[in-house]
Ligand binder design. Sequence first.
Ligand code: UDP
Length: 370
Amino acid sequence: MYDYLVVGAGLYGAVFAHEAKKAGKSVLVIDKRPNIAGNVYTEETEGINVHKYGAHIFHTNNKEVWNYVNKFAEFNRFTNSPVANYKGELYSLPFNMYTFNKMWGVVTPEEAAEKIAEQRKEITGEPKNLEEQAISLVGRDIYEKLIKGYTEKQWGRDCKDLPSFIIKRLPVRLTFDNNYFNALYQGIPVGGYTQMVANMLEGIEVRLDTDYLKNKAELDAIAEKVIYTGPIDAYFDFKLGTLEYRSVRFENELLDIPNFQGNAAVNYTDRETPWTRIIEHKWFEFGKDKNGNDLPKTVISREFSSEWKPGDEPYYPVNDEKNGALYAEYKKLAETEQNIIFGGRLGEYKYYDMDAVIASALELTKKELQ
Ligand code: UDP
C-alpha cells in the first residue's frame, strides 16, 4: 500500500512526489504517456533539446520557487524576446519602444504615450473583453497587427469573447526592453526539462503508459490517497458536460542549416498564416551543444492551435465565463470525493505558468505532509 498515488508526472506531480518521499511517505507516480515531465518534456535531437509539447521558458518573481527549481537543474541566462512577423514586417515583443518606433515612427516615450492615449479613447469605461482591454493598453494599430490575428488563431474565438486577463499577461513598456517577462528570475534548465523532472523523481517508483481512469479501481486500491493532475471533467466522466481546452499540434523539421530565424520564437500575428508561431529550439541554449560547440543543424517547430477533442492532449483551459461556471460545478463535486486532491493546470482548470504550478504544489505539500 502506497501513501500516495500521484497521477501525472508533470511539474505538479513531480514536486509533490519529491516532497512526499522526502517526508518519508511511499509514493507511486503514474502517467499515461510514455514519458515523464508532462508538457515540459524535452527530447534531444542532434544535440538540441527539443521542447516536444511547446516552448517552456521558466520565469518567476517567487524566490522560494526559483531556489527550489535550482536544486534540480542549473539554469542558463536565456531571456525570452519573441519577434512578431506580421505579413513580413517584424516587430519586437512585448510591446515596448522598439515596437512603437516601428509601428508609428515615434522616437520618445512621450510621443509613444501620446499615440496610445489618442488610440485608446475609443474605449470608454472598464474594458469588457480581450479586444477592449488590448486597445486600451496599446491602441488599435497594435491590436490589429500584433494581437487580433494571433489571439484568434490561438484561442479559436473572437477577441470580443475572450477574457481580458489573457492579454494582461503581456507587459507594455515605454522603454527599450525586449524582455517578454516581468520576472526577476528567468532561464532554461541546462540539459533540458526532462532531466530536471527526472532529478525530482529520483528514487521514486514511476510507471509510464499507465492510464489512471482506465484502471481506476485497481489503482485506487493500492494507495491511501490520490493526487490527480489530469483533467477534472475526465475524472468525473464528463457527467456535467465537457470543459473546453485548446490543443496544439506541432510540425517539427530538422534542417541542415545552422540558423533558420535567428531567434527562439517568431510569432505569426496575421490571421492567414495557419501556424501561430515557429520555435527554433537551439536558441534556448544559444545555439551551442553541451560542450559549448556551435550546432551545425537546427530543429524548428511550427505550432498549430486547435480545439481540443477526445484523444488530443489538452494544453490550455479556455477560462471564459461559460467554462468557469462549469468548472465551479466540477470543483464542488471534487470537494465531495474522499482521499483525492485535484491539482495543476488540468486538475484546477487554470492557465498556470510553471512557477505558479510549482508554488501551488509546494503549498499543498505544506498542508498535506506536515
Ligand atoms: N499575444 C498576442 N500576440 C503575440 C503574443 C501573444 O496577442 O504575438 C497574446 C495572445 O492573446 C495570447 C496571450 O498574449 O493568447 C498570451 O500569449 P503567450 O505567448 O504568453 O502564451 P503562452 O502560449 O506562451 O502561454
